[in-house]
Design a protein around this ligand. Structure first.
Ligand code: MG
Length: 479
């Protein structure tokens, strides 16, 4: 009797063991990434801004987890987005050394595997709303990178148009522009950008005043339409990147001027999305992440944001260029009302999502942050700061070592290659003011050895900014 009983027990146990980490379709969590553009570390009220009011993101932080040391993958738009979507350091994908423009012939290689592709192959419905910036030509658009649908401006909102893009039959032309003019390579006028639906231009020039409202509507519709199946929504706002645009409802309302109005409208947009999740009951099974692609655009002065007490901004590898205001929200799944002071990165969203969804795939440089989301430790010990394909700095625990420092567009000085690296203790000195390298030569040596290993392990991909479209008018600096 004993043997068959054991066998039966064994047979009973085997499948349950196999299923232990499997997440059934109906239970798979939904994921929403809300990705601001050029929003600084100090630009939200829950990160200390005195005159911008962001009650909805503040509430998100109270109900979820606010991170103090969360980094974007790069200090500018394109590589930052490539890093988030692939979980790979942008140098690997050939996107590190610039950003795409309307005259760029290429985009991120469609062979790269994005979070959207991985989730889609696991049964998720996927949508991209907002700024793309990984190539505007058909082969590189979101619909070629794992998204079922796309609605937005395919690059930054201060760029122009590639007249050979596909215009929808019923394209809405504004400001007296005719289709003939829109399709003529004209003198580049910045800020006249196309609005796209999937692979076609549906509006030109895009009415940016109403854009946040329209992005929000798209997100809300998508959530409502996908209540019965798992979904991934990537909402990459075009703001508060310059030129700043807010709708009449928000214009002139904030104490911080137009920049504040734009951030407050984005905050209200986050509020609408979370409210939709509560109304549909999806709040119990949806993880929402709010973060930004890079630090504030300091050379824009009052039009740009603030990195708070951090040093530097957009385009720089000082913390102000890459440390981002970041909130994770997911009632019941993420430790409510907590502050995580560990190191994390947008690189890690890939593996964190696949882990939560019970999918085996991992991003190459992407770590699973779920232990930290539950109130424990982050697995991220090292984070490399690249500018282009070169390692400028490394974070290791509370230490940050700079090999090279450089400002951008006249802010924070010229490129300086430091013969003796600079060392800062970010716990004691988050503003990176006081170099303590001479007191901690052992730390410097250890960190230099990590950098040597990283240089050996991570090789730059083919530079995707070299090929340019010859028929698109471009300013002299780009030639
Ligand atoms: Mg940006």
């Amino acid at each position: 009797m004993k043997v068959p009983l054991l066998a039966a027990l064994f047979l009973f146990m085997v499948p349950s063991l196999c299923l232990a980490h499997e997440v059934h379709d109906a239970e798979k969590p939904n994921f929403i990434v809300i990705f601001a553009d050029d929003l600084g570390y100090g630009d939200l009220s829950c990160y200390g801004h005195p005159s911008i009011s962001t009650p909805y993101i503040d509430r998100m932080a109270t109900e979820g987890q606010r991170w103090t040391d969360f980094y974007a993958a790069a200090p500018v738009c394109t590589p930052s987005r490539a890093g988030l979507l692939t979980g790979r350091y942008p140098t690997r994908t050939g996107t590190a050394s610039g950003v795409f423009f309307e005259w760029s012939a290429e985009g991120m290689d469609p062979a790269e595997v994005t979070i959207a592709e991985t989730l889609k192959s696991a049964g998720y419905t996927t949508a991209a709303v907002g700024k793309w910036h990984l190539g505007h030509r058909k082969a590189y658009l979101p619909t070629s990178q794992g998204f079922d649908s796309y609605y937005g401006i395919p690059y930054s909102n201060d760029m122009g148009i590639d007249a050979k893009m596909t215009f929808a039959k019923d394209v809405k032309l504004r400001g007296g522009v005719t289709l003939e003019q829109a399709q003529m390579p004209a003198k580049r006028k910045t800020g006249l950008v196309p609005l796209m639906e999937n692979e076609e231009i549906i509006e030109f020039p895009c009415d940016q005043d109403s854009l946040t409202k329209r992005y929000t509507e798209r997100c809300v519709e998508f959530i409502k339409e996908n209540q019965k199946k798992p979904f991934f929504l990537y909402y990459a706002s075009s703001f508060p990147h310059v030129p700043l645009h807010a709708s009449a409802e928000f214009r002139g309302k904030s104490k911080r001027g137009l920049y504040g109005d734009v951030v407050e409208e984005l905050d209200a947009s986050v509020g609408r999305i979370l409210e939709t999740l509560r109304q549909t009951g999806l709040d119990k099974n949806t993880i929402v992440v709010f973060t930004s692609d890079n630090g504030p655009w300091l050379s824009e002065k009052l039009r740009g944001g603030s990195s708070g007490l951090l040093r530097g901004g957009k385009g720089m590898t000082w913390d102000g260029g890459m440390r981002e205001p970041t909130v994770f929200w997911g009632p019941g799944q993420i430790k409510a009302g907590s502050i995580c002071r560990e190191v994390g990165s947008t690189l890690d969203l890939y593996t964190t999502f696949t882990s939560l969804a019970g999918i085996k795939a991992k991003g190459e440089d992407s770590l699973d942050l779920t232990p930290a989301l539950k109130g424990g430790k982050s697995p991220r010990e090292l984070f490399y700061f690249y500018r282009g394909d070169q390692i400028y700095a490394l974070r290791w625990g509370q230490w940050k070592l700079h090999l090279v420092t450089e400002g951008w567009l006249g802010v924070e000085g010229d490129k300086e290659v430091h013969k003796s690296p600079l060392l800062y203790h970010l716990g004691r000195d988050p503003g990176e003011k006081y170099d303590v390298a001479s007191h901690h030569q052992d730390v410097v040596r250890k960190m230099l050895s990590f950098i040597d290993k990283q240089k050996e392990d991570v090789k730059p991909g083919r530079n995707l900014y070299v090929k340019k479209l010859d028929y698109v008018d471009r300013p002299a600096w780009s030639k």
